[in-house]
Design a protein around this ligand. Structure first.
Ligand code: SF4
Ligand code: MG
Length: 333
């Protein structure tokens, strides 16, 4: 499979009065062409920082990509000039945020915004641009697009506004779409419709999607693969099936236990404790204080990535051969 995106050893830091926050600490993952990778985790785990880093939207200062490479179609985005990056944003890579209002200009009609977005990046005449804008509104399911083009953002419901934002993000036919909590601000029924829309769009355009979410329900619906982040690291990554039916990391298991499921009766079990302070993250496994299986080694050394299958890896000492050896030597002595 062709890789469209490959993130290697990504580190992002933020300087604050209180010290340096290590928000992303050595993240590795790739995205195949045409697939949806979901990055999940609690708030503050570094998932949005990771997606902003791909778009080079980390404000510097105080933020900084302090290490790593972000290969998009084999070019390293971390080394591009701001000018080159501007040419990529919105054209090759588009981003959708949680609140559709931040992406829309309240003083311009929807039609003007769609057409301007396109004309900025493409040499295209007015009637072509208008035709394309109408096509996009049709694709995202806005009824009466000819009339709706003349209206302003406040004349649309929240769900409709998010559809318009999606149309704007896709109008230049990007190859990669990054969606950061795209349904969080919406009602549950509208959420489901927007998720269906993502699937439809992917089928129609072949766009590759990185979906950032804290909501495993969203992931269950549209992800092909899932990366679980904790304290600035990806601690497990696998296909949707592997993560849902064969989770390996105690944190992933905890996350799954804390989601309501139709097939399991009983109470939700939230994970006790809080994630570590990222001013001075622990050397070892950051989940140690919350983990019911923590061993001595966990606190001291960060576990390597262990391979469960060709598509599934986990960073946990429970799955690390070296831990078994360590335990075996203690037993025989
Ligand atoms: Fe728990 Fe240790 Fe695995 Fe971390 S490495 S999740 S503390 S068993
Ligand atoms: Mg899909």
């Amino acid at each position: 499979m062709e890789k469209i995106l490959e993130v290697k050893n990504l580190h992002v830091t933020f300087k604050t009065y209180g010290g340096t926050v290590k928000a992303v600490r050595g993240v590795n993952f790739h995205l195949n062409k045409g697939e949806t990778l979901a990055i999940v985790g609690e708030s503050g785990c570094g998932k949005s920082v990771t997606s902003n880093a791909i778009m080079r939207l980390i404000p510097n200062p105080p933020g900084k990509i302090s290490n790593g490479t972000i290969l998009f179609k084999n070019q390293d985005l971390t080394t591009l000039s701001e000018k080159k990056m501007r040419a990529i944003r919105g054209v090759d890579i588009s981003m959708i945020f949680q609140d559709p209002m931040t992406a829309l200009n309240p003083t311009l009609t929807i039609g003007t915004q769609l057409i301007e977005g396109l004309k900025q990046h493409r040499k295209i005449d007015a009637s072509e641009a208008r035709k394309r804008a109408l096509e996009m509104l049709n694709l995202v399911g806005i009824p009466n697009p000819v009339e709706r083009m003349k209206q302003y953002p406040h004349q649309f419901s929240g769900g409709m506004r998010q559809r318009i934002v999606i149309a704007m993000a896709l109008i230049c036919e990007p190859e990669l779409l990054i969606a950061d909590e795209p349904t969080t601000a919406l009602d549950v029924t509208i959420q489901a419709q927007i998720l269906e829309l993502f699937e439809k769009i992917q089928e129609a355009t072949g766009v590759s999607i990185v979906l950032i979410t804290h909501d495993l329900g969203v992931v269950a619906k549209i992800a092909d693969r899932i990366a679980v982040m904790y304290a600035g690291k990806i601690i497990e990554i696998g296909t949707k099936r592997e993560i849902f039916y064969d989770p390996q990391h105690p944190y992933t298991k905890g996350l799954l236990n804390s989601v309501p499921r139709l097939d399991v009766k009983g109470k939700l079990k939230p994970i006790d404790g809080t994630p570590p302070d990222l001013f001075s993250p622990p050397q070892g496994c950051p989940f140690t204080p919350r983990c019911p299986f923590a061993m001595e080694v966990c606190n001291k050394v960060y576990p390597d990535s262990s391979k469960i299958s060709d598509s599934h890896t986990v960073n946990c000492w429970l799955k690390d051969e070296r831990a078994k050896q360590l335990l075996a030597t203690t037993v025989t002595k």
